[in-house]
Design a protein around this ligand. Structure first.
Ligand code: FAD
Length: 283
C-alpha cells in the first residue's frame, strides 16, 4: 500500500509496532536493511509505534490518527494491515471442524468426507517439521491446489510441501527465504551474515553448530534458484557444500553482478574451522 501511494507521490507515514520493519519474522540485520530501504523511498517509518485512535473530520472521513506516543498525524486515508486471519466465522454453525482455520488432514480433507479446504483458510491438524500449521502465502495455496486437483481426479495425493520457502518484494528489493531461518538464532545454530556495501543486498545463512547441516538462507537483492535450495535442504547438505556451490543457486548470473566470491571468501575467513575452499579473486 505504501509503495503504491509513493508511486503516485503521496506522502506516507507507516507505523510499525516492532523494533524494525517485520523484525517479528526477519532477523534484525535484514529487518534494519528493509527499514532503511523503506525510508530511502521517503516513507516516514515510525518504529515501536502503534495506532491508538483514528479521528474523524465529522463527515465520515478520516482527519488524523493518534499514535501510541500521542503524536497526532494528519491524513486523508488510513490503511490497517495488521496481519491475516482465516475468515471462518461463517462455518461456526456448520458441522465442519474449525479452530483458527479450517482443520484438514494430510489429504486436505476436513472432518466431512469429500469436503476439502485449501489456501489461507487452512489449518493443518498434524505437524510437519519446520512448518507452521497455518501458512498464508501464495506458494502454499498453489501447492495445495495442485495436490487437491490430483485427489479429485482419483489420484489420492498427500500434501507434502517439503522445505519452507517464500519470496516477496519490498520496493526495489527482492526477498527470498529457503528452509528455516527465524528472527532469533536457536541454541544449536550458527549464522553468517554478509551485506553488500550498498546496503541493499545481503545473504544470511544458518546451520547446525554440531552437525554443520544447512538450515536455511535469507537472500535480499540477489535472486536465488528455488529448486537448488529445495534439493540441498531435502538432501540435508552441509553448510560447507552449500557455500562452496552457492554459484549454482544464482538465478540469473548473466544479468546481475555476482557476489559469490565476496560471500564465500568472507565466510571462509570468518569460520576457518569449516574448511571452506576460498575462491580465487582476479584483479
Ligand atoms: C498485501 C499482501 C501481500 C502479500 N504478499 C505475498 C507475497 O509476497 N508472497 C506470497 O507468497 N504471498 C503473499 N500474500 C499472500 C497471498 O496473497 C495469499 O496467501 C493467497 O492469495 C491466498 O490464496 P487463497 O486462494 O487461499 O485466498 P484468497 O486469495 O484470499 O481468495 C479467497 C477468495 O474467497 C472469497 N471469499 C471469502 N469468503 C467467502 C465466502 N463466504 N463465500 C464466497 N467467497 C468467499 C474472497 O473474496 C476471495 O476471492 C500477500 C497477501 C497480501 C494481502
Amino acid at each position: 500500500m505504501a509503495e503504491m501511494l509513493r508511486s503516485r507521490n503521496i506522502g506516507v507515514t507507516m507505523l510499525v509496532r516492532e523494533k524494525e520493519f517485520w523484525s517479528n519474522v526477519l532477523p534484525l540485520h535484514e529487518a534494519k536493511l528493509i527499514s532503511r530501504h523503506i525510508r530511502s523511498h521517503h516513507v516516514s517509518l515510525k518504529l515501536e509505534t502503534e495506532l491508538k485512535e483514528i479521528q474523524s473530520d465529522g463527515n465520515g472521513k478520516v482527519k488524523s490518527v493518534i499514535t501510541s506516543n500521542n503524536e497526532v498525524i494528519d491524513c486523508e486515508f488510513a490503511g490497517i494491515t495488521t496481519g491475516v486471519i482465516p475468515n471462518v466465522e461463517f462455518l461456526k454453525s456448520s458441522a465442519i471442524e474449525i479452530n483458527k482455520g479450517v482443520l484438514v488432514d494430510e489429504f486436505l480433507q476436513t472432518n466431512i468426507p469429500d469436503v476439502y479446504a485449501i489456501g489461507d483458510c487452512v489449518e493443518r491438524k498434524y505437524d510437519l517439521p519446520g512448518r507452521r500449521k497455518i501458512e498464508q502465502v501464495w506458494y502454499t495455496g498453489r501447492m495445495m491446489g495442485e495436490v487437491l486437483a490430483q485427489t479429485i481426479c482419483d489420484e489420492k495425493t498427500k500434501y507434502e510441501p517439503g522445505p519452507w520457502f517464500n519470496s516477496a518484494k519490498f520496493f526495489d528489493i527482492e526477498y527470498q527465504t529457503y528452509g528455516t531461518i527465524g528472527n532469533q538464532l536457536k541454541e544449536n545454530e550458527q549464522e553468517f551474515y554478509w551485506e553488500h556495501p550498498s546496503g541493499v543486498k545481503c545473504v544470511h545463512l544458518v546451520w547446525d553448530k554440531s552437525s554443520n547441516e544447512f538450515h536455511g538462507i535469507n537472500s535480499f537483492g540477489i535472486r536465488m534458484r528455488h529448486e537448488v535450495f529445495d534439493k540441498w535442504l531435502r538432501q540435508r547438505m552441509s553448510i560447507q557444500f552449500v557455500v562452496e556451490n552457492l554459484h549454482e543457486a544464482n538465478f540469473d548470473p548473466e544479468f546481475f553482478i555476482r557476489h559469490e566470491k565476496e560471500i564465500v571468501n568472507k565466510m571462509a575467513a570468518q569460520f576457518p574451522m569449516l574448511h571452506i575452499k576460498a575462491l580465487p579473486v582476479f584483479k
